[in-house]
Design a protein around this ligand. Sequence first.
Ligand code: COA
Length: 180
Amino acid sequence: MADQTTSIRLIRVDDAEVIAAHKARDRQEHAPWEPAQPDGFYTTAGQRARIEGLLDDHRRGDRWPAVIVAGDEVVGQVTVSTILRGPFGKGFLGYWVATTRQGEGHATRAVAQTLTVMRRDLGLRRAEAHTRLENLASQHVLRANGFRPWGIAHAHILVDGAWRDEIFWERLLDEEPPVA
Ligand SMILES: CC(C)(COP(=O)(O)OP(=O)(O)OC[C@H]1O[C@@H](n2cnc3c(N)ncnc32)[C@H](O)[C@@H]1OP(=O)(O)O)[C@@H](O)C(=O)NCCC(=O)NCCS
């Protein structure tokens, strides 16, 4: 049986190969939910360059880019981006899980752990996310982690060949997470 334990850690450049393999295999399945990427995104070299950029952002304090690990296998990513400090104290949450490991609770647990990092390590007070109206799995993950929808942004993101409406979600980080 697949390992059901979930952990998160900062992404490393040597994660590039496994991430490229997941993203190449899942390109069609993820297409309705994530912006289109150039072909280089699906290669190890492309992912190395991308991860180096993510880590540059992390050193500047703009982003907290992590991988989701099941047992000792990297199965996805969770990233806090657009970190705003000062009077906002918030970050935007994004994530994906490999199709080979979906439905095992990894995204739900990884988001719970990321909320703890946002509150305890990054000192933020608010998490935000957005989902397409049709992305019921992602909405399930957010609801399980105490996010509430607060509006719809029209024509908000270019995904799968058209500008799509999205639900905006918020989570105040001084509230305790409802999941372990
Ligand atoms: C969204 C995503 C990250 C979920 O990952 P996951 O590890 O499978 O999520 P979990 O197993 O933690 O939870 C998914 C929940 O949604 C439910 N779900 C899945 N598909 C569903 C659907 N079509 N309708 C309703 N619920 C659904 C599952 O039953 C599960 O609920 P449960 O915990 O009560 O069993 C994954 O599907 C993914 O990577 N999708 C493509 C990228 C993406 O959409 N990213 C988010 C962009 S906003």
